[in-house]
Design a protein around this ligand. Structure first.
Ligand code: PGA
Length: 249
């Protein structure tokens, strides 16, 4: 399975001009021999404009959220159909920053299904808000995974990515160790196997997100079970993002 490196540009890039400049720099620093898929997810209008302008082939485009509804009387969001028709291929759903605004597991599950219906590849974020010594985060995570993916058919296993993106690890100085991440990735896969059976569970790509930098990316690539990374801050610094891409090549 190809690994996936996704840059979540959040609201860090707020104009097409800024986005173009950043893409150009990433393209210039893009390492040789990259075998993973690389995608960037700017906010909607910028993503569509940049995708239309981008002449290269090395970077795929996505965005950071999608409506749970495919069409109809729903004000304010962007439908999966509109995103797909703008040339976007990926969409992040259930990011902690969207969950903080009210996205429940059920909404996340509906958004993922809407994305699949429009042939987008959803990157479904899961992860516990905090950790404790009793390991209650595992029961949180198991429910979080099973409910956020509840509406997805096992036949679509190869068309989704699950991002272990725990709230406590986002926006920190350092990422957790590859061991901690591997443990969670393996636990997520076991949860999926319980839902869908082993064969389907093995088809799901599971990546890690939370305070990834080039140094930690190299560690994750060599010493963890994660099949790629979801990168926030470091994805809007061309040098750092290129370093992260390189780690997963
Ligand atoms: P960060 O963001 O890399 O800036 O910690 C990660 C995320 O929000 O998934």
């Amino acid at each position: 399975m190809k690994s996936l490196v996704v840059g979540n540009w959040k609201l860090y890039v707020n104009s097409v001009a800024e986005g173009k400049k950043l893409l150009k720099e990433i393209d210039r620093k893009f390492p040789r021999g990259v075998k993973s898929t690389v995608a960037v997810c700017p906010q909607v209008p910028i993503a569509a404009a940049l995708r239309a302008e981008y002449g290269g082939r090395r970077i795929a485009f996505g965005t950071q959220d999608v409506s749970a509804d495919l069409e109809g009387a729903h004000t304010g969001s962007a439908s999966a159909l509109a995103l797909a028709s703008s040339g976007l291929a990926y969409v992040i759903v259930g990011h902690a920053e969207m969950r903080a605004l009210g996205d429940t597991d059920e909404i996340v599950s509906k958004k993922a299904v809407a994305a699949l219906a429009a042939k987008l590849h959803p990157v479904i974020c899961v992860g516990e808000p905090a950790r404790d010594t009793e390991g209650t985060h595992f029961s949180f995570l198991s429910k979080n995974v099973s409910q956020s993916l509840a509406r997805i058919e096992p036949a679509d296993a190869a068309r989704i990515t699950v991002a272990y993106d725990p709230v406590w690890a986002i926006g920190q100085k350092e990422a957790p160790s590859p061991r901690v991440v591997s443990e969670a990735v393996i636990f997520i896969r076991k949860t999926l196997a319980g839902m869908w059976g082993r064969d389907a569970a093995l088809k799901v790509r599971i990546i890690y997100g939370g305070s990834v930098l080039p140094e930690s990316a190299a560690e994750f690539a060599t010493n963890s079970a994660a099949q790629g990374l979801l990168v926030g801050r470091a994805s809007v610094d061309a040098e750092s993002f290129a370093g992260i891409i390189k780690a997963f090549s």
